[in-house]
Design a protein around this ligand. Structure first.
Ligand code: NAP
Length: 251
């Protein structure tokens, strides 16, 4: 029986992916900042562990408590939507701490085990805005694009040990808590000079008839990354992410 450890399982893609792998008979270590067992179906294959990816001690405790795993999914992430001039450097650092350094720290913590067992898969969840950029997302996009670059280099480094590293690249999923959290982090403090652009972008987001990404699209892409050794490095998740990836290739 295979074991997967997923970060950020309290909601959205992480929660859905935990359910998806439980349904397919995997042992799931669902990690959260504030552990809650009641949001997942009861199973003797489920373990819920506390984990804050910006806290080195928390990472060490969670990885030690988890024991041997086959797949790590770096899903935990925070959004940020604002013009760069409206964002403090503390906020920039916070976003990179979670999205970029959290992913790197988690990966680093499981690598000795993966290298020694000569197997293991790391799946990093980034975003389709790294493929087709949008305004007001510069800091968030940079934090995720850094993970794309990190993943693609690391994959080459770990191939020799039978360890795979893959990217899951979701499109927009307005139904998760993510957008509300991004907007809250913005604090509605868009500098006046960017007001017109922001109004235009928000209207475009509201009116868009594009298909969006469902949480299950992300779970399916993670499943593919975890189980198919021949899958490509970049797995767009969601109809919009697939369309954006194709458009970016043509651009
Ligand atoms: N939704 C979208 O439109 C979208 C699109 C593309 C990519 N993504 C990416 O997909 C991933 C999941 O997003 P989602 O849509 O499922 O959003 P979500 O519902 O807000 O879930 C984010 C998860 O990350 C957790 N998290 C945040 N900071 C953490 C930390 N320091 N340590 C551990 N966990 C932490 C949150 O936990 P708490 O409950 O404790 O805050 C939550 O469980 C993120 O990496 C995001 O960047 C999202």
């Amino acid at each position: 029986m295979k074991t997967i450890l997923i970060t950020g399982c309290s909601s959205g893609f992480g929660l859905e992916t935990a359910r998806y792998f439980l349904d397919r008979d995997w042992t799931v270590i669902a990690t959260m900042r504030m552990p809650r067992e009641d949001i997942l179906p009861g199973s003797d294959r489920l373990r819920v562990l506390p984990l804050d990816v910006v806290d080195t001690d928390s990472i060490a405790r969670a990885v030690a408590a988890a024991g041997p795993i086959d797949v790590l999914v770096n899903n935990a992430g925070v959004g940020l939507m604002n013009a760069l001039e409206g964002v403090s450097m503390d906020t920039v650092r916070d976003v990179f701490e979670t999205n970029t350094l959290g992913t790197i720290a988690m990966t680093r913590a499981v690598l000795p085990q993966f290298r020694e067992q000569r197997s293991g898969v790391v799946v990093n969840v980034t975003s389709s805005v790294t493929v087709l950029p949008l305004p007001l997302l510069s800091v968030y996009t940079a934090s995720k694009a850094a993970v794309n670059a990190f993943t693609e280099s690391l994959a080459l480094e770990l191939e020799q040990f039978g360890v795979r590293v893959r990217l899951v690249i979701p499109g927009r999923a307005p139904q998760t808590a993510f957008r509300a959290n991004s907007l809250a982090r913005m604090g509605m403090n868009i500098p006046e000079a960017y007001g017109e652009l922001a109004t235009h972008i928000f209207a475009r987001m509201q009116q868009s008839t594009e298909e969006v990404t469902q949480a299950v699209d992300v779970s399916e892409a993670v499943w593919r990354a975890a189980t198919d050794p021949t899958c490509p490095m970049r797995l767009p998740a969601g109809a919009d992410a697939v369309a954006w990836t194709e458009a970016a290739k043509r651009a």
